[in-house]
Ligand binder design. Structure first.
Ligand code: PEP
Length: 258
């Protein structure tokens, strides 16, 4: 009898823009409007923008009824409470968000967020019915010290602790040395790290969940390198910072193979 190997699962490409602390409400509206006109027709990939909290309602209005989705750049785990300055995942859901970034390296490095805190944010995001985009990645010093895989292993274990394998999360591998520096990981470096992440995930949550997991690469993704990154078997999409702030450059990244 001929034994067939199982079919390779199709992971829908996922491209998300992290607008960080940029864009007034009017500028965010214009950017969302421009992206909608360029990208709305694409149904074979997921496109998500994560504006600053102040512009979410305006962006939601601009994108309502389109194929584009929007999300928060962070999310608090409690539904409400005395947490001055934070925004809950429940509040993001109220704005029509479907995603929230958690554990971005800027949150880890500038604001001292820990894996334990990020884990709470991930669970709170899921409890609010959103999909978390959980960011992990090593610093330059960690890479140079040969600690990349140990760091990724710890971040996956602790940031995702207690995850139900039936829940949908997106993981973003973002080497800190590549974020906002113009120094992109090579496709081979990124693929190697993504394959490691998928293997770790399979060990913790089982091979089917790992095969379905979408792993994004983030770190100086630009129109001229997105295609080469996306060609790698374990790279399922991109989390884009600087280049997501402009209609032309983000649209080119989303249309990497068109
Ligand atoms: C990011 O902020 O997640 C990011 C990857 O930034 P950049 O694309 O600017 O490196």
């Amino acid at each position: 009898m001929l034994l067939k190997s199982p079919p390779t699962p199709m992971r829908k490409p996922f491209i998300a823009g992290n607008w960080k602390m940029y864009k007034t409400i009017a500028d965010a509206r214009a950017l969302a409007h421009g992206l909608r006109s360029k990208l709305d027709a694409l149904s074979d990939r997921d496109v998500v923008v994560c504006p600053p909290f102040t512009a979410l309602a305006a962006v939601a209005q601009e994108l309502q009824g389109s194929s584009l989705r929007w999300g928060g750049q962070n999310a608090h785990w409690e539904r409400e409470g005395a947490f001055t300055g934070d925004i809950s995942a429940h509040m993001l859901a109220d704005l029509g968000c479907t995603y929230a970034i958690v554990g971005h390296s800027e949150r880890r490095q500038v604001f001292g967020e820990t894996d334990a805190m990020i884990n709470k944010r991930m669970h709170g995001t899921l409890a609010a019915g959103l999909t978390p985009i959980v960011c992990i990645g090593e610093t330059l010093a960690e890479r140079e010290a040969g600690k990349t895989y140990a760091v990724l292993e710890r971040q996956i274990k602790e940031s995702l602790a207690g995850l139900n394998p039936a829940s949908t999360v997106v993981v973003a591998y973002e080497p800190v040395w590549a974020i906002g520096t113009g120094q992109t990981a090579t496709p081979d470096q990124a693929q190697e790290a993504h394959a490691f992440v998928r293997k770790q995930y399979a060990g913790a949550y089982g091979p089917p969940a790992a095969q379905a997991l979408r792993i994004l690469y983030g770190g100086s993704v630009k129109p001229d390198n997105s295609k080469f990154l996306m060609e790698q078997p374990d790279i399922d999409g991109a989390l884009v910072g600087g280049a997501s702030l402009d209609v032309e450059s983000f649209s080119k990244i989303v249309r990497y193979n068109l």
